[in-house]
Ligand binder design. Structure first.
Ligand code: ADP
Ligand code: MG
Length: 247
């Protein structure tokens, strides 16, 4: 049984068609990247999965249960880190647990236990403005993963960062994904990022978004640092770019 499945999803905002004929399923532990031009409905797709939005047609199941339009199952991380400036790092990271009514002392313990995993050991009491961009992004990632470790939904998580930092965080995320058995949907407009972090890539066409291409990532088994230079990586990058550009 798949962990998550989207069945015959169409979505409209009022009379604007945004997504058409989306059929996707994810096995437990699988990492899927969703690529597509700006405005093709990638963020909408993630919002449908989070249940913050109800699809116009179709249904979404999680472990076989219908969760269409039901929020609260998954954590979600967007392009901006959206940390609350007046809360300390541990409160920001543990937000989902605090909202669920878990006692503060317990939340702090849970967060403390995971800070080393994201390279933030010793920073529990810092406020967001005292952290660098990369540290804030890692704190936001921790918040997402504490909300639900089963399925991570990341919407262009490194899009706002400079190239060097982005590349460091990609390596860091790849390592976390290797270590934990989390399932991932990564929305990105970077073909390279998709091929580096996922084992399967879906390309949506221009609005209304509909799947144009779905491929396994040929270089997924190779060592992370070598992937971008492999002939199969480059060939796939070229092919996917061509699909994105409508060639
Ligand atoms: P992407 O993430 O691929 O850039 P979005 O999912 O953000 O695309 O948006 C897809 C389309 O839906 C765009 O035309 C956008 O303007 C529109 N849209 C997004 N959110 C809303 C909303 N809450 N209400 C109305 N239209 C929206
Ligand atoms: Mg978007």
């Amino acid at each position: 049984m798949s962990l998550l499945s989207l069945e015959a999803i169409d979505h409209d905002y009022e009379d604007l068609p945004v997504l058409r004929a989306i059929d996707l399923s994810l096995a437990e532990g699988e990492h899927l990247a969703v690529l597509g031009p700006s405005g093709c409905g990638k963020s909408t797709l993630l919002r449908l999965v989070t249940g913050l939005e109800t699809p116009t047609r179709g249904r979404i199941t999680y472990r076989g249960e219908d969760i269409t339009g039901v929020p609260g199952h998954f954590g979600f991380m967007g392009q901006q880190d959206l940390l609350l400036p007046w809360k300390r790092l541990w409160e920001n990271a543990g937000l989902a647990l605090l909202l669920r009514g878990v006692p503060k002392a317990d939340v702090r313990k849970v967060v403390e236990a995971r800070l080393a995993d994201v390279g933030l050991e010793g920073f529990a009491d810092y406020y967001p403005h005292q952290l660098s961009g990369g540290m804030r992004q890692r704190a936001a990632f921790l918040r997402t993963s504490l909300a639900n470790r089963d399925l991570l939904l990341l919407d262009e998580p490194f899009g706002a960062l400079d190239v060097l930092l982005r590349s460091q965080l990609q390596a860091w995320l790849a390592e976390i994904l290797r270590r934990e058995n989390s399932t991932l949907i990564l929305v990105t407009h970077s073909v390279e990022e998709a091929l580096l972090l996922a084992e399967r890539v879906v390309v949506l066409g221009p609005a209304p978004g509909t799947p144009l291409l779905e491929e396994k990532v040929a270089s997924a088994g190779a060592p992370f640092d070598e992937r971008p230079y492999l002939p199969e990586f480059l060939a796939q990058k070229k092919r996917i770019l061509a699909a994105l550009l409508g060639r």
